[in-house]
Design a protein around this ligand. Structure first.
Ligand SMILES: Cc1ncc(C[n+]2csc(CCOP(=O)(O)OP(=O)(O)O)c2C)c(N)n1
Ligand code: SF4
Ligand SMILES: [Mg+2]
Length: 299
């Protein structure tokens, strides 16, 4: 997160800087879409952390969920399908004084973007990734996604899905993410806590959010989740223990855990990279350092 975000959000005159709020653009999501709960939770988390609006950048790919940056009063970059994470990484490398939040859907992040997902986690880039996982391609009107359950009938799988779904939580544990959580958009305050803690965490934070598509996924509905979800913190889970996190990450069916699976302290990419370790590039003087040494080597 932004190095400056723990400081009071004030200008010299003592006037508070504007915090994040709703933008003038109203969501175009279907009434009842799970993503309304996610945008509410994101706004709640950032207001609580008092990070000024101009120090936050949302980055998304393509999909219904990827429209999220439009609906909040901060900076946003609505890019191309599956590429939210490389853009978010680039923003962090250019100016890691900013709080960077990547958002998007299960198709965007775990289908076309899955390679970026893995590499960003193993680098432990200090950003937060809030996915809106509805287990379907919503924007393109209801095809199976990489997280659709086996057997599910969709527009692209009329006889049922025959591919094993990706488990984003397990994949994150295996790839070296240092904050791994699952939320549910029907539990907005709980989700806001997970997002706020993900933002303050130093390192890559995944908050995979079960966010039902009420129009095209008639299987994984709000009711379906309400009958199954339980909170890890109420079950006494110790999130610093990766061995205990594994069976919980694999639990999916009659009971579905939400909450924090795993958290670890590991140096971030920004701390380990020699130049970035000296502070945000935007605060460093431009120009080549040590050019004399380089020329000596080549001449
Ligand atoms: C390169 C590329 N391939 C395919 C598409 C078509 N496309 C747009 S959104 C999307 C999937 C969206 O699903 P998801 O990311 O789960 O978002 P949701 O709409 O469910 O929120 C696809 C396949 C595209 N825009 N660009
Ligand atoms: S199609 Fe589904 S994911 Fe897209 S806005 Fe409608 S309910 Fe939400
Ligand atoms: Mg989706």
């Amino acid at each position: 997160m932004a190095e400056s975000s723990s400081a009071p959000s004030m200008v010299a005159s003592g006037t508070p800087l504007p915090l994040i709020g709703k933008s003038e653009i109203k969501p175009t999501w279907c009434p009842g879409c799970g993503d309304y709960g996610v945008v509410a939770a994101v706004e709640m988390a950032l207001k609580r952390l008092k990070i000024p609006s101009h120090e936050v950048v949302f980055v998304s790919g393509i999909g219904c969920s990827s429209n999220l940056p439009h609906f909040l009063s901060s900076y946003g970059y609505h890019g191309i399908h599956g590429r939210s994470l490389p853009v978010a990484e680039g923003i962090r490398w250019a100016n890691h004084g900013l709080t960077v939040i990547a958002t998007g859907g299960d198709g965007d992040g775990f289908g076309i973007g899955v390679g970026h997902f893995i590499h960003t986690m193993r680098r432990n880039v200090d950003l937060t990734y809030v996915t809106m996982n509805n287990q379907i391609y919503g924007l393109t009107t209801g095809q199976a996604s990489p997280t659709s359950m086996m057997g599910q009938k969709t527009k692209s799988t009329p006889d049922g899905v025959i591919e094993n779904p990706i488990d984003p939580v397990a994949l994150a544990l295996a790839s070296g993410a240092t904050y791994v959580a699952r939320g549910f958009s029907g539990e907005v305050k709980h989700l806001a806590d997970l997002i706020a803690n993900g933002i303050t965490h130093k390192g890559f934070a995944l908050v995979d959010t079960m966010s039902p598509c009420v129009t095209y996924n008639k299987l994984n509905t709000f009711d379906w989740f309400r009958q199954r979800v339980y909170k890890l913190e109420n079950a006494g889970h110790d999130p610093t223990d990766i061995v205990k996190a594994w069976p919980l990450a694999l639990e999916w069916g009659e009971r579905i855990p939400i909450g924090l699976f795993y958290r670890a302290d590991r140096p971030t990419y920004e701390q380990l990279e020699e130049v970035l370790a000296q502070g945000p590039l935007t605060k460093q003087s431009a120009g080549l350092k040590g050019q004399g040494r380089l020329l000596d080597e080549f001449l």
